[in-house]
Design a protein around this ligand. Structure first.
Ligand SMILES: [Zn+2]
Length: 277
């Protein structure tokens, strides 16, 4: 039985990850991590696929259909199932996750920083609006977000921690998914991981990394092209290291997170876990 950190890095396509994330690929080559190619559900948009990643169901089933309106999740979801099994939960993430799993609409003063056992995300650190123009691009740095996770581990050691980082999406929309700027943001995530992965592994965590969707060369996602639909799924700590050739479904993420913690996935999560504790 392990604790789990799920790194959900927004808008990281499969090919971009494999070519830019040298630290993670080094773990794969050394047999210390396993990597799959994962097909996202549709539409290839953030909020619908955040919910897919946490419920193991497609948007047509869970009902979060766009980024325009983000209500509370109807579940069952990873945070609720983990809590029901006596596990503790945490997240460092965009405020959409507070709306999906804690309280909607988001009230920053009340919701931005919570340590409350009655919530689905018991230890929550949320950030809000990100500027999306070339002249005014304010993004939380990966270094700060990853450090918040490490501090949360030191203080609370939650069994499940979601880390959600945003920069590849924001930069990809502005410069396109085939740009030096986009690839730099993906490398920056990998570079932050070089320092933090050993710390998190030492603390007893399996570290999963995936994305909600990819990014087209003209800075879009939402459709069905390969660059929008194929994302990576890494499992650092999987005893069977290396690259797995099969294409797997995004519906596998939620049951895999739970199985690694020794929690039986709810029956609504129909896909099989990719790994177990
Ligand atoms: Zn986007």
């Amino acid at each position: 039985m392990a604790k789990v950190i799920l790194l959900l890095i927004d808008a990281v396509g499969f090919d971009a990850a494999v070519s830019c994330m040298g630290t993670l690929e080094g773990y794969v080559e050394a047999g210390l991590a396993r990597r799959w190619k994962m097909r996202t559900e549709l539409p290839s948009l953030s909020a619908p696929l955040y919910e897919t990643i946490h419920t193991g169901t497609p948007p047509v089933v869970h009902g979060i259909r766009s980024n325009d309106y983000v209500p509370l999740s109807k579940g069952p979801h990873v945070f609720g199932a983990a809590r029901a099994a006596g596990k503790t939960t945490g997240a460092v993430a965009h405020y959409f996750f507070s709306e999906l799993y804690n309280r909607a609409p988001y009230d920053a003063r009340r919701d931005m920083e919570v340590d409350d056992d009655s919530l689905n995300i018991q230890h929550g650190r949320f950030y809000s609006e990100v500027r999306y123009t070339k002249a005014n691009l304010h993004l939380p740095s990966e270094f700060d977000l990853f450090t918040q996770v490490t501090v949360m581990i030191d203080r609370h050691a939650p069994d499940y921690i979601l880390l959600h980082a945003f920069a590849p999406d924001a930069v990809g929309h502005i410069y396109g998914g085939d740009s030096a700027e986009y690839r730099h943001e993906i490398w920056a995530v990998d570079n932050a991981l070089a320092e933090t992965l050993p710390i998190w592994r030492e603390a007893g965590y399996r570290v999963l990394l995936t994305s909600d969707h990819g990014m087209t060369s003209d800075g879009r996602h939402g459709g069905t092209s390969d660059v929008e639909r194929f994302v990576p799924f890494y499992d650092v700590g999987n005893p069977m290291g290396g690259a797995d050739d099969q294409v797997v479904s995004q519906l596998c993420v939620a049951p895999t997170s739970l199985a690694l913690m020794g929690v039986r996935p709810p029956r609504e999560m129909t896909a099989s876990p990719l790994a177990s504790a």
